[in-house]
Design a protein around this ligand. Structure first.
Ligand code: DAH
Length: 338
């Protein structure tokens, strides 16, 4: 019997467990009411006197070994369980850094949303353009003095190829490939050979708008722009200042009444309260003819709005160069924006 107990001691010593439940089963098997220990204790009275001492010591050793084992395994398992729980709750998660949308994209998407609500689709054209789409078709033939309004980057080896100076080139492409009614906006990047400063850059972004149908009037243009400025800025007071663009007749500059409530208002409106956001007009019949649309049947309006300016205004960006330098400290600030 003593040998059997010694075997049990060795087994108890070697015992390992993966869970608290396994430890508990072990405890019941050894130390429980009907467990091995109690069974052997009950045998004690039947053991011969000269063996009682050795037997008693063996049982005590078994008891201590089993008890120590239970205590050790319990605390070991409880502490790993606690660590894994606490780890999840208190440790910082994996440092996954989420990107942020660029302020230009934010404003562009907002403009797309506003115009898609009134039935405009989105169209695009190439940034490397030919003379026809950027100038000639837009009523700007060769040697037209108005070409100088936009300092152009030409591709040196081919004077017919250039970096588009405005998104108006997309108007031409769209009209060439679609028939009226047309309602489209064309956002994109444009290039001009200008000195870089905090206010101007050699590339920036515009959104072109084009609406061609029967009986389109200047009143439709004004209403559309008013809807846009109300949705975009919450300002419904606009002013269309007579201007000149070769591709529209009549033409106007679009001013929004921004107000003069704060110091910033004074700064951005140069003390006038009015803010210029782009140009517009009724599409010149020559342009329609160049794009195979009959000006006797159809009329339309067009407009071009600068995105960078609006982004700077809405997000309080003081230097246009920040928009293209890709400094993450700047870009990260737009995480919470839509
Ligand atoms: N393309 C002009 C520019 O870049 C802006 C513009 C003016 C676009 C009048 C238009 C328009 O569509 O009708 O300065």
């Amino acid at each position: 019997m003593i040998d059997k107990i010694k075997e049990l001691i060795a087994e108890a010593e070697a015992f390992t467990a993966q869970s608290i439940e396994e430890v508990e089963a072990f405890r019941i098997q050894y130390l429980g009411k009907k467990g091995l220990l109690n069974t052997y204790f009950a045998e004690f009275k039947n053991v011969a006197n000269d063996q009682k001492k050795e037997f008693g010591q063996a049982i005590n050793q078994l008891k201590n070994t089993a008890q120590d084992k239970v205590n050790a395994l319990k605390s070991e398992l409880e502490s790993t369980e606690e660590a894994s729980l606490n780890g999840d709750l208190s440790r910082p998660g994996d440092p996954i850094s989420i990107g942020a949308r660029h302020p230009i994209s934010l404003v562009k998407n907002q403009i797309i949303d506003i115009f898609s609500n009134i039935g405009f689709n989105v169209s695009e054209g190439p940034e490397i353009e030919d003379d026809w789409h950027n100038f000639t078709a837009l009523n700007l033939p060769e040697y037209h003095p108005a070409r100088d309004m936009q300092d152009t980057f030409f591709i040196q080896t081919d004077p017919d190829i250039l970096l588009r100076t405005h998104t108006s080139s997309v108007q031409v492409r769209y009209m060439e490939n679609n028939t009226p009614p047309i309602r489209t906006i064309s956002p994109g990047r444009v290039y001009r050979n200008e000195a870089i400063s905090s206010r101007s850059h050699c590339f920036f972004h515009q959104v072109e708008g084009l609406y061609i149908d029967k009986d389109v009037s200047f009143a439709d243009l004004k209403q559309t722009l008013q809807y846009f400025t109300t949705e975009m800025f919450g300002k419904s007071k606009i002013r269309l200042r007579p201007s000149y663009f070769p591709f529209t007749e009549p033409s106007a500059e679009i001013d929004v009444y921004w107000g003069l409530e704060s110091e910033t208002d004074y700064k951005i409106t140069k003390g006038t309260g009015w803010l210029e956001i782009g140009g517009c007009g009724m599409v010149d019949p020559n342009v329609l003819t160049n794009c195979n649309i009959d000006p006797e049947v159809y009329s339309g309006f067009a407009f071009g709005v600068g995105i960078d300016r609006i982004a700077m205004l809405l997000h309080q960006i003081s230097d246009i160069r920040l928009l293209s330098e890709n400094d993450v400290r700047f870009l990260k600030q737009f995480k919470s924006a839509l």
